[in-house]
Write a protein that binds this ligand. Structure first.
Ligand SMILES: [Zn+2]
Length: 82
């Protein structure tokens, strides 16, 4: 069984820079809130990269793996975030 308490981030197709959207409310996920699922920030889901939604009424945990796979330069997103 897969857990359903998180969402899948969506890649914003038309933006000039790689941008991920919350899979729940479609808000832009800030790069500062996208991180590798490891260490202190580890979330208990099967996902390598996580994005936390910053919308006050959402706060969804987003799995960014699928969206990251579509990026030519997925590391770029994380490098800036770290
Ligand atoms: Zn959201």
């Amino acid at each position: 069984m897969t857990q359903n308490n998180y969402y899948t981030a969506i890649l914003a197709e038309r933006s000039a820079v790689p941008t991920l959207l919350c899979g729940h409310c479609h808000s832009i996920l800030s790069r500062a809130r996208i991180f590798r699922n490891e260490g202190d920030q580890h979330q208990d889901i099967e996902c390598q990269v996580i994005g936390l939604c910053s919308a006050d009424d959402c706060r969804a945990v987003n799995c960014c793996d699928e969206a990251m796979e579509k990026l030519e330069n997925p590391e770029q997103l994380l490098d800036i975030a770290s």
